[in-house]
Design a binder for this molecule. Structure first.
Ligand code: FES
Length: 265
């Protein structure tokens, strides 16, 4: 699943998942749900973006790739359909064994539901409506209730939704390494428990910038090589193995366990 960063203002950069296939040339398709209680990115886009206006964007990057497996189960809630529908279509195009489960509050609110019905997924897509009692809390999809060794599970949606799916799938015997998650918000706000709570401005010099986007540790825009020191990881994008290696740090949210970190900016 690919993302790009869009510059929405002088210091306002936000990451967006690409909805269209990497094979499609000539346009990038993103879907943005307006969130008036959010940090301002979606409001800026909905109010200020008009046809013909130019946006500065980054090249696409991919930190949530499809992993190799004999069968893929894609589970998403709400706007989580944005990245996973692209994955489902890519899997269908290559004839891979897969199923997409789309959880929504109701038919009237289902984002991209029409697109889902007109896609080539057919029986590879299952829509669940919570206003009909069909929720993940009422029961996980049958594919997740039995451990299957050669199955990859990708999950995307609101934090509570993802936490519940991951916990239930693990309790049903699914190995944690089979679960791959993509968050729109951090699982928990960073705490100051490992530090003294003091803030410090890190000056940039010689035009060096950190390349921040989401500023929440969820987009994968800012991992930076660590040359010396021990990072205290607070992000959601690095795998447990990458965290253990300690050779990259997400600048936007992580910290240092050692008095000094030497970074390759
Ligand atoms: S800016 Fe998104 S992970 Fe750091």
């Amino acid at each position: 699943m690919q993302k790009l960063d869009a510059q929405l203002g002088p210091s306002l950069v936000r990451p967006y998942s690409l909805r269209n296939s990497p094979r499609e040339k000539g346009r990038y398709l993103i879907c943005v749900r307006r969130d008036d209680a959010g940090r301002g990115g979606s409001r800026t886009l909905h109010r200020g973006l008009t046809v013909g206006r130019r946006l500065r964007i980054s090249p696409p990057r991919n930190h949530f790739p499809l992993v190799a497996a004999g069968h893929h189960v894609l589970v998403e809630g709400g706007i989580g359909i944005t990245p996973l529908l692209s994955m489902a279509e890519a899997l269908a195009a290559r004839g891979a064994s897969s199923v997409l489960h789309h959880y929504t509050s109701g038919a009237a609110e289902a984002p991209l539901l029409e697109r889902l019905h007109t896609s080539a997924l057919g029986e590879r897509a299952v829509v669940h409506h919570s206003d009909q009692g069909d929720t993940v809390r009422a029961g996980l999809p049958a594919e997740l209730q039995v451990p299957e060794p050669d199955t990859a599970v990708h999950v995307c949606g609101p934090d509570g939704f993802m936490t519940h799916v991951a916990a239930e799938a693990t309790a049903a015997g699914r190995h944690p390494e089979q679960l791959h998650t993509e968050r729109f918000a951090p699982a928990a706000p960073p705490s100051a428990e490992a530090g003294d709570g003091a803030k410090a401005e890190v000056p940039t010099a010689h035009g060096v910038e950190g390349g921040l986007s989401c500023e929440q540790g969820i987009c994968g825009a800012c991992p930076t090589p660590v040359l010396a020191g021990d990072p205290d990881h607070r992000d959601e994008v690095q795998t447990p193995d990458e965290r253990a290696a300690g050779d990259r740090i997400t600048l936007c949210c992580s910290r240092a366990r050692t008095p000094e970190l030497l970074l390759d900016l």
